[in-house]
Every structure is written in structure tokens, then in C-alpha cells.
Design a protein around this ligand. Sequence first.
Ligand SMILES: [Zn+2]
Length: 254
Amino acid sequence: MNIEEKVFRHYPSAKTGADITENYLNLLEKEDKTDLKKMLFATSVCSDDVNVSTDFRRVLSRPFTMGGLGGLPYSGFTGMVAFSHHIPDGGDAFIFYGPHVGITEEGELGRMIRIGQKRLTNSCGALMLALERFQKGDDADTYVPQSVYYDYQQVQLEHSLMPFKYEISTSENPKKAITDFTYLTIDTQIKKLVKMSLREFQCERIFLLGGVIINTSEKFNDYVDVRNFDVIDAKNAKQFEPISILELVAFQNL
Ligand SMILES: [Zn+2]
């Protein structure tokens, strides 16, 4: 069984990072008629150096970095407003977000071999640490890191996932479950922050692309399991109703 079959066993709809990059940039340019040169790109993905599998940076300049450990948008309301103010005149906004999870050549989720290494390490390390603390029980000493002040992103990540602790711990594959719940958490937070900041956006559209990044070892492609693609009308500040384009033929043929 090759690595793709192993990935598909967990994420049947996943596509390679390179395909996702090409497909979505094409979609934005051809279907949505956006000018990629004027598009401001933001990410809310984990700080982990492994997260370069989608290569939007190759085409889109910058990004504005919203994410930290686990991929949560720690830059918050201030960050979203700053991002909204930086969009080039006549351009659009594009935010790519989501957690990441490693996969071994044997198909085990939550671990991977990193570039230049022979040993397996956790991916996402922050999520696997959160999971270990969840599985150790309710003892506050095992849950709360020694120094909150020096580890606030990890603390915030674990606090955000606490409502799902039981479901994560008792699921068939807790490593997959914690990744999925982190996706939902990031998705909720990004949309909430966009809603809060909507009046600040001077552009016409905000594109939101969310998914789970699946990290393989160096010799294979990384994958992305896309979970959401929304086009938000930034001029309609009275309500926040993302226009889903999931039904579009062009989307289905990606
Ligand atoms: Zn990570």
C-alpha cells in the first residue's frame, strides 16, 4: 500500500498540497476573477516548520501570519483588523487555515519523520501534548503547564479543546479526533473574527479556505483535506452569511 492509500484510509477526500495550491489559485483567478497580484494572503496554521505543504506563497506575496501552536488564530481581533487594513486597493482577502497531522509510512496518524531526521516525532506536537494531558485524567497538575506565562499558546489551545475532551479521549482514533476538533475550533474562531471585523474590510470579497494538512515524510507529497471554502461579501456588513460555493460544478471538479 503506498502513502496515498494510507492517507486516503483516514482522509478519503485529501489532495496533495501542490494540487490544492494550483486548483484553488486557478479557481480564484478564473472563476472568481480575482487579481492574485492584489490579493492579501493570511494563514492561521501551526508555527511548526513542516507546514509549507501548500505553496500559496509561491504565487501570493507575504502572508499575514495569524496562527500559532495548533493553528489557532492567536493574533485575534487586533490581527484580523490589521489584516483587513492591509489589503491592496482593488484587491481581495484570502485566508488559509487549519491544523496539521503527521502520518507514518505505516499509516499511523500523529507522527512523522521530519527532514534530516531518521526518528519519528509527533505532528502536530502541540496537539499530541494536549491529547496526552487529556488522557492523563482530570488532575490539574498534569493539565496545566508549569508556567502559564511562558506557554500561553499551549494553554489557550488546551482550554479551547476542553469542551471536546471526552469525545476526543473516547474516540476510536483520538489523534484524528483531536485534529478534527481543532479544525472545527479554528474554523469557528476565524469566522467569528471575520464577522467581528467585517466593517473594517475595504475589499469586496474575503475567501476562506480551511482544511486539515497531512504531513508525510520528505520523500512523499503532503496532503490537504479541504473542509471549507467560502466567499464572503465584505460589503454586506449587516450580516455574515458566507456564500457557499461547494455546489459549484467548478468546485466539484477540482
Ligand atoms: Zn503543530
